[in-house]
Design a protein around this ligand. Structure first.
Ligand code: UD1
Length: 390
């Protein structure tokens, strides 16, 4: 079985790394019913060293076999260019399965290409729904799930969402959270790094002060100057109580500068801007923090496992389990709401989250077993073939 893995953007790397490793372990063990070979394609949606290459090094991932170097662009253009180039790879490589993760444009573009060539698609992190169709990620999630053959979910809420949308139950497999596989694997190494000293938050040998970590990049938050001003006003207020460290996404840096709002998120206001951090430094920074403020999806999940209170600066989340069981709380993006939640956290931090089922570091192994069983079963019947030949 030839599996082709797709990565494109920063949040994909820590999801695919444990899956590649688990398939490599399976193949090395030599006991499986199916011979597996793997190919890694990077679409190049993210391309800066700090957004891409560094993650391969830190996560111990193999270099991509093929890099499409697509880069940035408006959604239609970026998605279209990925589809155009990835189709050529499929026709040349003829994999038996394309495995995509998450909800970025690369996820959807590559799933559509594969499906139209009759190549089965596996989607890891299926069934997450914010119910907010103004998010590009929600569109990517729904399209990808609608056409995938194997849907791997992180929790049972996602299973239910897929069933409601009419996905046949036999395609849905609850396996747990591969992002947490990476977090648990690399946490000790991350904590051993001198991140806080390097960032000037602590002196060598001394404990760090209480600080908050901020991440912000959703179009809904950073593309509208009024919204960004509201968030900035809340952050300046929080920064009077504790330093706020803000590893800034290139998209957000561009918006702050073009809207003339850079001053709001500056050292003068108690905000420490840093370049985007690598995986290990970011885990260290968040694990040692008193509070996380974010609009990211994955960080809501990581905060649940790290037991750090998390205020999600969005009106909705596709990851409600992090609220039901974890330390996450939805606060939206209005100044007053953010500050009210901050005051509550200051008096009673919610650090006692539970660990969701199967967020145990073994999700990738479950995926491997499901994929191998699926392949053994379908090839015993009739292996789906590519409909379109060159
Ligand atoms: C993408 C994903 C989002 C994910 C996020 C994580 C989609 C629709 N969105 O959003 O789900 O949470 O990645 O980072 O796929 N840029 C650089 N260097 C890079 C990458 C991007 O400077 O390496 C700049 C681009 O020029 C552009 C902006 O960042 O101005 C946006 O990049 P893009 O990949 O289109 O979307 P993200 O906002 O990063």
């Amino acid at each position: 079985m030839k599996i082709l893995h797709v990565v494109g953007a920063r949040p994909n790397f820590m999801k695919v790394a444990p899956i590649i490793e688990a398939f490599t372990d399976y193949q090395r063990s030599g006991n499986g019913p199916v011979d597996v070979s793997q190919l890694l394609v990077h679409t190049g949606q993210h391309y800066d060293r700090a957004m891409s290459e560094l993650f391969f090094e830190e996560l111990g991932m193999p270099r991509p076999d093929i890099n499409l170097s697509i880069g940035s662009g408006p959604h239609g253009q970026q998605t279209g260019r990925i589809m155009e180039e990835f189709e050529k790879v499929l026709l040349q490589q003829r994999p038996d399965l394309v495995l995509v993760v998450g909800d970025v444009n690369s996820t959807m573009a590559c799933a559509i290409d594969a499906k139209k060539l009759g190549i089965p698609v596996a989607h890891v992190e299926a069934g997450l729904r914010s119910g907010d169709m103004s998010m590009p990620e929600e569109i990517n999630r729904k399209v990808t799930d609608a056409i995938s053959d194997l849907l791997f979910t992180t929790d049972r809420i996602a299973d239910q969402a897929l069933l409601r949308e009419g996905v046949p139950a036999e395609r849905i497999h609850f396996v747990g959270n591969v992002m947490i596989d990476s977090l648990l694997k690399h946490r000790a190494k991350a904590l051993a790094r001198p991140t806080l000293v390097d960032l000037g938050l602590a002196r060598p040998g001394e404990p760090a002060p209480r600080y908050a970590v901020l991440t912000l990049h959703r179009p809904g938050n950073v593309d509208d100057p009024e919204v960004l001003r509201e968030i900035g006003a809340a952050i300046s207020e929080i920064a009077r109580h504790m330093p706020v460290v803000f590893p800034i996404h290139p998209r957000s840096r561009g918006r702050l500068e073009s809207f003339g709002l850079a001053q709001l998120f500056s050292e003068a206001n108690g905000v420490r801007l840093t370049e985007p951090l690598g995986y290990l430094d970011f885990v260290n920074l968040t694990a040692n923090s008193a509070l996380i403020l974010t609009d990211s999806g994955g960080i809501q999940e990581e905060s649940t496992i790290l037991g750090i209170p998390c205020l999600t600066l969005r009106p909705n989340t596709e990851r409600p389990i992090t609220i039901e069981q974890g330390t996450n709380r939805l606060v939206g993006n209005r100044r007053a709401d953010i500050l009210r939640a901050f005051a509550e956290i200051q008096s009673a931090p919610n650090t006692a989250g539970a660990t969701p089922e199967y967020w145990d570091g073994k999700a990738a192994g479950r995926i491997v077993r499901k994929v191998v069983d699926w392949y053994a079963r379908t090839s015993a019947q009739e292996q789906p073939r590519m409909k379109i030949a060159l």
